[in-house]
Design a protein around this ligand. Structure first.
Ligand code: ADP
Ligand code: ZN
Length: 435
């Protein structure tokens, strides 16, 4: 179902008109009410009069995560505190977390974004949506919760973790929609598979909305097969609101971005210039309707590309490719750029391996080492003769052809690698701890 046909299926010309109008308004607000943006715009010698249409967006300054940290907590807020309805924060692995503040209208806009994604998967009254994203400052839990509520579905707010109980409730309450990170969905799938008590055949699951971290087509296949569902991507970031900046439609051929609310650009992260249409680069968003904390040209560090052709589903909203990774997840090993998601893509091509892995990079005798721990599937482990590790050469060859460097692969028995209930951690770069 299309939740908001007017916005999701608008002609490209009308969309440009709407974006132009909204950009002009938001720039005026930023200029008038935000010291930070007035200073930044002055540095670039630009005033609101220079912004006459969406094509002028490149005249505006970028905003980075460092800016948001410098302005912590409320430096970018442009409404009085009495209008603030909620505050969220991103995980903030390094330094201060990034804060986002919301007016009531901001919360409405956010829940609409999530509702559009879930509606595309057919969610509505009568459905039970198990929200296994963490609840709290993290936007995942409450974001998915409010989107499901808006569609009239029943919310089951289990939050993340406590896998046994999740599965018990999933079975007893006939959950048919699951929302969590793809890595946690995999962990749930695995626990169901390993259980003597429950069987996926007796469960009611129909679809899942997975996001908050990069995942691959191979992972989608695994999840769809193991959980008997249709698995949809949902994308978002705290700085724009949280999950629901976009999501996949029933065609599953790209993640539609709700560009009436968040204007996307792709830039070359080195030159900061726009890339040619359809090329890969860094995704940048300008919030077009956020009231409490509007953000101009936010550099997400997420790498992807955009497609503007109309989708078969009828939506005209631009589609993005799966996120390859964040520029800061990229590891440069022996001079070659490696993204963890490339390793996941290789692993899921081989039936013997779980889509779990851990990459350790170090420097020994002035040379980078690239160690990759992978895990055998239990059914494969049982079949393989003692002491003989199967199928390493094809995996090795595939990784060499995909990323261009030779890994040291270590095959581990089932259930050895750490499972995550939120965003999974896949890498350790020991070179960071050395001089
Ligand atoms: P943090 O920066 O602390 O992780 P967020 O929880 O706001 O804060 O995470 C947003 C980021 O999560 C995005 O910028 C992106 O890197 C990643 N992300 C979110 N959804 C997806 C998705 N569907 N696919 C790939 N990456 C995603
Ligand atoms: Zn579509």
């Amino acid at each position: 179902m299309i939740y908001n046909p007017q916005m999701e299926c608008m002609s490209r010309e009308e969309m440009r008109e709407l974006q132009s109008q909204r950009l002009k308004d938001i720039v005026k607000t930023c200029y008038r009410k935000s010291k930070f943006y007035r200073r930044k715009m002055a540095e670039m010698d630009v005033t609101p009069d220079d912004i006459q249409s969406i094509d002028d967006i490149h005249k505006l300054p970028f905003t980075t995560k460092f800016d948001l940290r410098d302005e912590y907590p409320f430096g970018l807020m442009v409404v009085p505190p009495t209008e603030i309805a909620r505050v969220h924060a991103s995980s903030g692995t390094t330094g201060k977390p990034v804060i986002d503040v919301y007016t009531k209208n901001d919360l409405d806009m956010w829940s609409e974004g999530v509702a559009r994604v879930m509606a595309a998967g057919g969610v509505g009254p009568g459905d039970t949506v198990q929200v296994s994203y963490g609840y709290g400052l993290f936007t995942g839990g409450l974001g998915a919760h409010e989107g499901a509520a808006r569609l009239g579905a029943c919310q089951l707010p289990t939050s993340s973790g406590n896998t046994e109980k999740q599965i018990m409730l999933m079975e007893d309450l006939r959950t048919n929609v699951l929302a969590c990170t793809p890595s946690y969905a995999m962990r749930l799938a695995e626990a169901i598979q390993n259980s003597d008590r429950v069987s996926i055949n007796k469960m009611a699951l129909r679809c899942g909305f997975f996001g908050a971290e990069p995942w691959t087509e191979g992972m989608r296949r695994e999840l769809e097969e193991k959980l008997h569902i249709k698995a949809y991507d949902i994308y978002g970031l705290t700085e724009m609101c949280g999950p629901g900046v976009g999501g996949e439609c029933e065609c599953q051929n790209g993640t539609h971005l709700w560009e009436d609310m968040f204007y996307p650009e792709i830039i070359n992260p080195e030159t900061l210039q726009p890339v040619a249409p359809g090329e890969f680069g860094e995704l940048v968003f300008t919030s077009l309707c956020k009231e409490a904390m509007p953000i101009l040209r936010y550099r997400t560090r997420d790498l992807t590309r955009l497609h503007y052709e109309k989708c078969e589903c009828g939506r005209t909203a631009v589609r993005m490719d799966r996120i390859l990774g964040r520029s800061d997840d990229m590891m440069i090993i022996r001079g070659v750029n490696v993204f963890p998601s490339q390793i996941e893509a290789c692993l899921t091509e081989f039936p013997a391996f779980q889509p779990y892995y851990f990459i350790t990079v170090d420097r020994v005798n002035n040379e980078d080492t690239f160690d990759l721990d992978v895990e055998l599937k239990p059914e494969y482990f049982r079949r393989s003769p003692e002491g003989q590790m199967p199928h390493i050469q094809p995996l090795y060859d595939r990784i060499v052809s995909m990323v261009g460097i030779k890994p040291n692969i270590h095959i581990l028995p089932p259930m050895t690698l750490e499972r995550s209930s939120g965003k999974a951690k896949h890498t350790c770069d020991k070179r960071n701890f050395k001089n």
